[in-house]
Design a protein around this ligand. Structure first.
Ligand code: EPU
Length: 337
């Protein structure tokens, strides 16, 4: 177990905000996690927070308590049939390295989720999704420890109550369980999922269906074109969730804006937040050191030395403008701390 005091979180948030936490703990297995939880329970004054790859966090100030981070690694096939495998993955495994490894080993399903920053544990909490695939469609079980008691509990897929960018771990069980491993059901045969707009030309260009590596490479190309390179520019990927509005509100909006992109969704019509933000003139703009990415308005960026407060201020201004112009409330996907 590693324990650090007054520890810089610069490497632990993809926005690249330079803040510190009072204590940082990285545990290597369930027993160390249990010990840590017991220690935190004894010290009731200081807050604590468990993080993953820090790709969905905005630190607006130093964190006054303990940050926990998983050091549980490992990939293990625990069941295998002619058609599929059940792959058990430690929560700390880097997401994109996992996708790459699966593509190399001929284990299929995760290709469309290539290059998403973050760790495996968070994939099961956040239900990461891109290019027509949500990770929940591959998740069979989520192994956790209960914070209160340290007991192990396995959640079956249906108990995770997955929705768009959400799960039971972000809703009624928020803060109550820590994910230690995720079990993914992966197929030995490749069934390309290329109905999403930007992937369609993979089928149109060739007579043969694309390989898993081709789909992965295409997704990587699209992401590199549209999204900032996390190694160079700090961001948290999509800053806001795409709002779902009522059918009647959508129709009114569409009559004013015939080109508005839209998708059917549970409870109404989903409209891209990136489009709304661009219409408000924010694409490529900046406020101090905080900016809106010039190629994807849904992504707020750190232009160098932004503080979390500056990014938060920019996000508020964008919310105000979108609310005023479209009467739509944008909800951040990013957690403010
Ligand atoms: N659009 C604009 N202007 C912009 C950005 C987008 O007009 O600046 C329009 C596009 O033209 C397109 C539509 O909005 O018609 C959708 O854009 P895009 O395909 O880029 O996807 P998105 O809805 O903006 C979501 C996810 C992304 C994911 C992509 C691809 C959310 C919050 N974001 O973005 O996820 O990569 O779809 O599937 O659902 C992330 O979560 O960090 C992330 C990048």
């Amino acid at each position: 177990m590693q324990i650090h005091s007054d520890y810089s979180l610069l490497r632990h948030n993809t926005f690249g905000i330079d803040v510190k936490c009072r204590q940082f703990v990285e545990y290597n297995d369930e027993n160390e996690l249990r010990k840590t939880l017991k220690m935190l329970k004894e010290n009731t004054e200081a807050p604590w927070l468990h993080i993953g790859g820090g790709s969905n966090l905005l630190f607006t100030k130093d964190y006054p308590g303990t940050i926990l981070h998983s050091g549980i690694y490992g990939k293990e096939i625990i069941e295998e049939s002619d058609e599929s495998v059940l792959l058990r993955v430690g929560a700390a495994e880097d997401w994109d390295k996992l996708v790459e490894w699966c593509v190399e080993k001929g284990l299929h399903g995760l290709e469309n989720l290539s290059l998403i920053p973050g760790e495996a544990g968070a994939s099961a909490v956040q239900n990461i999704g891109a290019y027509g695939v949500e990770v929940e469609s591959l998740i069979e079980k989520v192994e956790t420890l209960k914070v209160e008691t340290g007991e192990a509990r396995i959640f079956l897929h249906d108990e995770c109550e997955y929705g768009y960018r959400t799960s039971v771990f972000k809703q009624q069980h928020k803060g109550k369980f820590i994910v230690t491993h995720v079990q993914y059901r992966l197929s030995k045969q490749f069934f390309p999922q290329i109905s999403y707009g930007a992937l369609k030309d993979l089928s149109e260009k060739n007579d043969m269906p694309p390989t898993a590596a081709e789909v992965r490479n295409k997704v990587i190309r699209i992401r590199r074109e549209k999204l900032p390179d996390p190694a160079e520019i700090g961001s948290a990927g999509s800053f806001f969730m795409n709002p779902v509005i009522s059918e009647s509100q959508f129709q009114a909006l569409q009559s004013q804006n015939p080109d508005i992109p839209h998708y059917p969704a549970k409870g109404g019509i989903k409209v891209p937040a990136g489009w709304l933000i661009e219409q408000c003139g924010w694409k490529g703009k900046q406020l101090g050191q905080a900016g809106v990415h010039p190629r994807q308005a849904l992504v707020l960026i750190n232009l160098g030395h932004a503080t979390g407060a500056e990014i938060a201020q920019l996000s508020r201004k964008i919310q105000e403008d979108v609310a005023e112009r479209f009467n739509i409330t944008l909800h951040p996907e990013v957690l403010f701390l």
